[in-house]
Write a protein that binds this ligand. Structure first.
Ligand code: NAD
Length: 310
């Protein structure tokens, strides 16, 4: 693949992906309206088009650039915001995706790669989820993402547009904002940087499958040429409770700043999932990929690089 478009390439995951693609010598175009993304985060060797994925202009950019592959990461990615404003969430995540799909079809894109989420499963009571498990979203965000997935599958069926759908677990890393999905590590990093206590929702025994952004980038890049027609998890298959996360951060904070940290508890949020862990067996097989960063390693890198990105 010589030329690609990354929608949402000014956002947290998108900016890391753009860096990875540029390193491979690929011509990268970013399509982003900068609603949560920042132009300073876009690699200067990429071409930034400031445009809304729902617009006719975005469609024209895609048909003009004619990319070999398109990574669709632009989204309203904030669960709480989707509950507060379902209309906007649906408009960006469903209408926006259909607009990008239609343009990809017209531009003869060879591969459409979509950033989906573990949020599609809702509160499904299962130790480790597989891609075959039923989807039961408990937020409008989860609902809009699964709807977008279904449009993608039908575009393949009707028009032969090849795709890979990647359902990310909780992504973390340098440059993440405190808004958006799975932002607990970003929230904790910001509180630590500001010398403030860490807020824990509920009892802190809820668990998440935290995957480091560099591992996510490698899965996205692998999906350019592999995993066609599949829905795949991008996860570590490891459960980490918020209390254990705090423990690891305490160790890091003492190691690097010789200071202990403080926590406080607050109520659980609406739409929050209690436990989440995704199997990555299928992804290892289809993408020839596996996560390289255990949580301690990714956390330390995030901790040390936090200031560079804020
Ligand atoms: P982010 O908010 O940092 O990035 C989203 C980007 O999309 C931003 O740059 C924003 O400006 C852009 N954007 C939003 N609406 C747009 C519009 N209408 N037109 C053009 N650009 C628009 O979020 P992120 O954490 O980098 O997430 C990237 C993708 O990964 C999203 O699709 C999200 O749903 C998905 N995802 C993220 C996580 C996570 O843990 N961060 C987990 C699962 C899935």
């Amino acid at each position: 693949m010589k030329r690609v478009i990354v929608t949402g390439g000014a956002g947290f995951i998108g900016a890391h992906l753009v860096d990875g693609l540029i390193e491979l010598g690929i011509e990268v175009h970013v399509l982003d309206n900068l609603s949560t993304g920042r132009s300073e985060r876009v690699n200067p060797r990429a071409i930034l088009h400031i445009s809304d994925i729902r617009s006719a202009e975005a469609k024209e950019i895609i048909t003009h650039v004619k990319p070999d592959a398109l990574f669709h990461l632009a989204a309203q990615a904030d669960v709480q915001h989707s509950v507060a404003d379902p209309n906007y969430d649906m408009d960006v995540n469903v209408h926006g995706t259909v607009n990008i799909l239609q343009a990809s079809r017209e531009a003869d894109v060879k591969k459409f790669i979509f950033a989906s989420t573990s949020g599609v499963y809702g509160n499904l009571e299962k130790e480790v989820l597989t891609e075959q498990d039923p989807v039961q979203p408990i937020s409008f965000y989860g609902l809009s993402k699964i709807t977008a997935e279904q449009y993608i599958a039908l575009y393949e069926r009707f028009y032969g547009l090849s795709y890979t759908i990647l359902r990310f677990a909780n992504v973390y890393g340098p440059g993440q904002t405190v808004k958006g999905e799975g932002g607990v590590i970003a929230i904790f990093m910001k509180q630590l940087a500001d010398n403030l206590s860490l807020p824990i929702n509920g009892d802190g025994e809820q668990t998440r499958d935290f995957v480091y952004v560099k591992d996510v980038v490698q899965a996205l890049i692998a999906a350019m040429t592999q995993g066609t027609g599949n829905i795949l998890h991008v996860s570590t298959e490891t459960k980490t409770s918020i209390n254990n996360l705090v423990k690891s951060l305490r160790t890091l904070h003492i190691k690097h700043k010789s200071t202990d940290l403080q926590v406080f508890h607050r109520p659980t949020k609406a739409g929050d999932i209690k436990h989440s862990c995704l199997s990555n067996a299928k992804t290892r097989n289809k993408l020839n990929w596996q996560p390289q960063y255990p949580i301690e390693l990714g956390l330390e890198e995030t901790y040390l690089q936090w200031g560079e990105f804020s």
